[in-house]
Structures are given as C-alpha cells and as structure tokens.
Design a protein around this ligand. Structure first.
Ligand code: MG
Length: 164
C-alpha cells in the first residue's frame, strides 16, 4: 500500500463558478479563481494520487501557463491522473478529502460530490470520503478569502513497480 497527501487553496472572487469535487454549487455569484475550473478539492485529490504513486504533482502534469488547461474541467484532469497511476501499476484503494470553507454550507452537496468522484474514478462510493469544516472564522478560510482542501489517498501496488 502507498499513501499520498494533497493540499490546495483557491481565492474566492465574484463572478466565478464554485465547483467542488465536480459538483457546481450556486453561491451568490461567487466562486473560486483559477486557470482551470478551480476545483480545489479535486486538485488536492489529484495531488494525493500522484503523491502516493511518486509521480510528481498536477502543476507538473498540467502546467497553468499551458492554454490547453484554461477553464479545464478538473474531472477530465482527474481521469487523466487516474489513468496515469493505473499505467504505472497502481490500483485505487480509498481517499478522504476535507474541504475548509467558512461558507457556503457544503453538507447538502457532500453525497453528490462522493457520487461524482466515484463515477469519474470508476470506483465505489464507499471508497470515497468527502468532509467539510469551517475554521471557526480564523485565518483566510475563516475570513472568506479562500477555500482550501486536504486529501489523503491509499493506492495498492498491482504488481512490482518496475518503472518510475
Ligand atoms: Mg489548484
């Protein structure tokens, strides 16, 4: 078994969509700023998968100065990351994602997020955990300046890893 961790932050701005784990969440015309769709939770998850496989990070795989990824759907990037890990000999075990946001309320969307990730990753919902918490008004998430996400992932080695 191999463990990986991912962390990401995006700034909250007016006039952008809020997309978390591939689910669009209506939020008073506010969303997250980024080169792609700024799905901060999906980005943390991808970095955790790549970290577990020791395959670098998403900044390396999808450079943010590459126009191909402007406005990119992070679910398409996640599919590519899963395929990359599978080609390198890893099978997905499970993930646990924590989203740090003062607002909006994410609880009503958690099940949809889990379903969407399970569908995109071709796995069972029981292997996908998504949680959300506030930081009690403290720090940049508490001040509503940004949303952060952590993710941990376990991968299983299908066979002896022969190439890196
Ligand atoms: Mg990001």
């Amino acid at each position: 078994m191999r463990i990986g961790h991912g962390y990401d932050v995006h700034r909250i701005v007016p006039g952008r969509r809020l997309v978390l784990c591939g689910v669009e969440i209506p939020w008073e015309g506010k969303g997250l700023l980024g080169h792609s769709d700024a799905d901060v939770a999906a980005h943390a998850l991808m970095d955790a998968i790549l970290g577990a496989a020791a395959l670098g990070d998403i900044g390396h795989m999808f450079p943010d100065n590459d126009p191909r990824y402007e406005g990119a759907d992070s679910m398409e990037l996640l599919k590519a990351v899963c395929a990359r890990a599978a080609r390198a000999g890893y099978r997905f075990g499970n993930c646990d994602i924590t989203i740090l946001a003062q607002a909006p309320k994410l609880k009503p969307h958690i099940l949809n997020m889990r379903k969407r990730l399970a569908d995109v990753m071709g796995t069972e919902i029981g292997r996908i955990s998504v949680k959300a918490t506030t930081e009690e008004g403290l720090g940049f998430t508490g001040a509503g300046e940004g949303i952060a996400a952590h993710a941990v992932v376990l991968l299983e080695e299908r066979a002896r890893i022969t190439r890196l």
